[in-house]
Design a protein around this ligand. Structure first.
Ligand SMILES: [Zn+2]
Length: 420
C-alpha cells in the first residue's frame, strides 16, 4: 500500500519529540462528519497508520514482525539478538468513531520517542524492547475490545473471532484476509507471550484524575471491570401510516423504555456506569415501524459481582418493557473483562523511578488489562486537560506528551534493571 505519510528518521543527535511524531499522522482518518478521527481496524486510514508505523520503525533500524493475529512488533534488540525476557511497550492505532487523536497513538509515538531518547543518551537496556501495535483495541468495528491481545493470549476462541461481523456484514476473517493475514492462523501464541517479562502501556488519561492532581504523568493501579452486551428487541415491522397505535408491536419503543430504565437503575448503584451508545433499528426507515432494534450496553463497576447483578436487573427490565410492547427481548454478552489490578512489584518499581507520579485507576479498558493475566503489566497515564475521551475534545499538551516519553524511558530502564 502506498502511504502519504513520511516517517522521520531519528538519530542519536536528534531524538523525535512526541508532538513531531503525532503531526506525521494528524491527517490520517479525520472524520469530517463526527469531528475527530475514525480509524476502525483494517480500514484504509488504520492501514495507513500501520504503514506509517512500519516506516518509522524501519527508519530506526528496529526489526519489525507482524504476527498471525495482525499485531505489529518492532524490536530494539540486544546486541546478541536474545529476545527472552523482552520488555514490551506500545498501544494501538485504531479509534472509536469520531475519537480523539491521542487514544492509542500517544502510546505508540511515545514508545518511539522513548527509544530515541535512550539511544541519544547511549543507553541500551539489558533486555530486548518491543513496541507493539495491537489491532482492534477499541472493538469499534467488530464489537470485541482488545481483540488482538485476546487472540494472542487465548482469551477469545479463534472461531468466535473469525465469525465476528462489522456493521456491513464483513466478518473479521474476511477483514483479516483483506489486510493480508490468513485467518486460519488467528489464535493463541503462548510461546510468544512466554518471551515477555513485562508490558508497560502509556496512554492518554481518559478522565480528570491528573487535571485535579495538577501532574503530567500518573502510574496506573487498576482497570475497572467492564463488559458489553447486545439487547435485541423483536416486534412486528409495519407501515407507519396504516398501523394504528393500538395495533403496534414496536421494538423501538421498548428500546427507548429500556434506555431510560438503565439510567434509573445505574444511578441507584454507587460507582456504576451504564451506557447505551449505539442503537440499530432494522430496517431503519422514517416511515417504517422497525421489526427489530439492537441496543448495545456497556456496564462498568469496580466490583465484578455488582456488575453481574446490575446486568441481571437490566435483563429483567428488558423483558418487562418488551412485554409491554408485545415484543421480545434477548440480552447476549459480547465481552466481559473483570477488574484488573496491575502487578504490584512492577508498580513499586515505577513508583521508585517516578516518585512525583500519583497512582490512579481507570474506568477504560486496555490491552494491558488483557495481558495482565499472563505477565506483569503497568500503565502510565498522561494528563488530558479536557478530561474528555472517545471524543474530538480529548487533548494532550506537547510538553506533557514529551514528559510522558521521558517517563516511559525512565520506566523502561528501571524495570529492566529490577530483579525479575
Ligand atoms: Zn486506547
Amino acid at each position: 500500500m502506498s502511504t502519504t505519510t513520511t516517517a522521520t528518521t531519528a538519530n542519536a543527535a536528534h531524538p523525535s519529540s512526541v508532538s513531531a511524531l503525532m503531526r506525521e499522522i494528524e491527517h490520517l482518518g479525520r472524520d469530517r462528519t463526527r469531528g475527530g478521527y475514525s480509524r476502525p481496524v483494517y480500514s484504509h486510514p488504520e492501514l495507513e497508520l500501520r504503514e506509517w508505523f512500519l516506516a518509522a520503525a524501519a527508519a530506526r533500524g528496529l526489526d519489525v514482525e507482524i504476527d498471525a493475529n495482525g499485531i505489529i512488533w518492532a524490536w530494539w534488540d540486544r546486541p546478541d539478538g536474545n529476545r527472552s525476557g523482552a520488555l514490551i511497550t506500545g498501544s494501538h492505532l485504531d479509534s472509536v468513531p469520531g475519537g480523539g487523536a491521542f487514544d492509542g497513538p500517544l502510546g505508540v509515538t511515545a514508545a518511539l520517542a522513548a527509544v530515541d531518547l535512550l539511544r541519544s543518551e547511549g543507553r541500551q537496556p539489558s533486555v530486548a524492547i518491543a513496541i507493539a501495535v495491537f489491532p482492534e483495541e477499541e472493538g469499534s468495528r467488530f464489537g470485541v475490545a482488545c481483540l488482538g491481545s485476546r487472540l494472542l493470549t487465548g482469551a477469545i476462541d479463534p472461531d468466535r473471532a473469525r465469525s465476528l461481523r462489522d456493521a456491513d456484514g464483513t466478518t473479521f476473517a474476511e477483514a483479516s484476509a483483506a489486510a493480508g493475514f490468513d485467518p486460519r492462523h488467528l489464535g493463541p501464541d503462548p510461546s510468544r507471550v512466554a518471551q515477555f517479562s513485562a508490558f508497560i502501556e502509556l496512554h492518554v488519561e481518559q478522565g480528570r484524575g491528573l487535571v485535579d492532581l495538577a501532574g503530567p504523568v500518573a502510574i496506573g493501579s487498576s482497570i475497572l471491570g467492564h463488559g458489553r452486551w447486545r439487547v435485541s428487541f423483536t416486534g412486528q415491522g409495519n407501515h407507519a401510516g396504516t398501523t394504528l397505535m393500538a395495533d403496534r408491536r414496536d421494538p423501538m419503543v421498548a428500546a427507548a423504555r429500556l434506555i431510560v430504565g438503565i439510567e434509573e437503575i445505574a444511578r441507584t448503584v454507587p460507582g456504576a456506569r451504564a451506557t447505551v451508545g449505539r442503537l440499530e433499528p432494522v430496517p431503519g426507515g422514517t416511515n417504517v415501524i422497525a421489526s427489530r432494534v439492537d441496543a448495545w450496553l456497556d456496564v462498568r463497576h469496580p466490583d465484578d459481582d455488582v456488575t453481574a447483578a446490575l446486568v441481571e436487573r437490566i435483563r429483567t427490565r428488558a423483558s418487562e418493557v418488551a412485554a409491554q410492547q408485545g415484543c421480545e427481548a434477548v440480552l447476549v454478552e459480547e465481552s466481559l473483562s473483570p477488574t484488573v489490578s496491575f502487578d504490584a512489584n512492577l508498580r513499586d518499581t515505577l513508583q521508585h523511578a517516578l516518585p512525583e507520579a500519583p497512582v490512579l485507576d481507570t474506568g477504560a479498558g486496555h490491552d494491558a488489562g488483557v495481558l495482565a493475566a499472563h505477565l506483569p503489566t503497568a500503565m502510565l497515564f498522561i494528563r488530558n486537560p479536557s478530561g474528555i475521551s472517545h471524543s474530538p475534545e480529548e487533548y494532550v499538551e506537547d510538553a506533557d506528551a514529551d514528559h510522558g516519553a521521558r517517563a516511559l524511558a525512565t520506566a523502561i530502564m528501571a524495570v529492566e534493571a529490577a530483579p525479575h
